[in-house]
Design a protein around this ligand. Structure first.
Ligand SMILES: [Zn+2]
Length: 179
């Protein structure tokens, strides 16, 4: 980063920290040539990222879809929504920061696995087992559909073991007296 005071190119980062709302990284920099100090901000730049599927078809990257697949893998796991949000943002940012305009569906799957590995073992295994079965011939979209179906099945399997609801006896009515 060029020094705004003397134009020197060897400025150094002295300190890096997230901004208050964590939407940016604030870096304190110093110029060894003139001693000038200044601050730079690193922010997310949303750009059109294209996903290349196994079929070769190209579709715009869909952050919501990524989030749904991560949430499905983390279903009923003790992980706060905020951490899921951060994971999805982190994956998205990594994909965007490759510098390439296109990313393969496989790279997304790998990034999700990598992220889940550090977050929750069960979710990682869930995602990885499904993903690895699908990586041969099918694309990420099908994986997401499969995960969603798996979640529905899991919900069906989790019917409480107590079984049938206990029938509630009808309330007794006071007998009406014939007058
Ligand atoms: Zn300078």
């Amino acid at each position: 980063m060029r020094c705004p005071y003397c134009g020197g190119l060897d400025t150094q980062v002295k300190d890096s920290r997230p901004s208050d709302d964590s939407s940016a990284i604030r870096r304190r920099r110093i110029c060894p040539d003139c001693g000038g100090r200044f601050t730079t901000f690193e922010r997310v730049q949303l750009r059109e990222l294209i996903v290349v599927k196994r079929s070769g078809r190209k579709v715009p990257f869909d952050r919501d879809k990524l989030q749904r697949s991560v949430e499905t893998a983390l279903r009923k796991r003790p992980v706060e929504a905020e951490r899921i949000e951060r994971l999805v943002s982190g994956i998205t940012r990594r994909l965007e920061s490759t510098g390439e305009a296109e990313v393969t569906s496989e790279a997304i799957g790998e990034a999700v696995m990598e992220g889940l590995k550090g977050l929750d073992d069960v979710a990682y295994v869930r995602f990885a087992s499904v993903y690895k079965n699908f990586r041969e011939a099918r694309d990420f979209e099908e994986l997401l559909g499969h995960l969603a179906a798996g979640a529905a099945q899991a919900a069906a399997d989790e019917v409480p073991a107590t079984g049938e609801p206990v029938p509630v006896p009808p309330a007794r009515r006071p007998r009406s007296r014939a007058s």
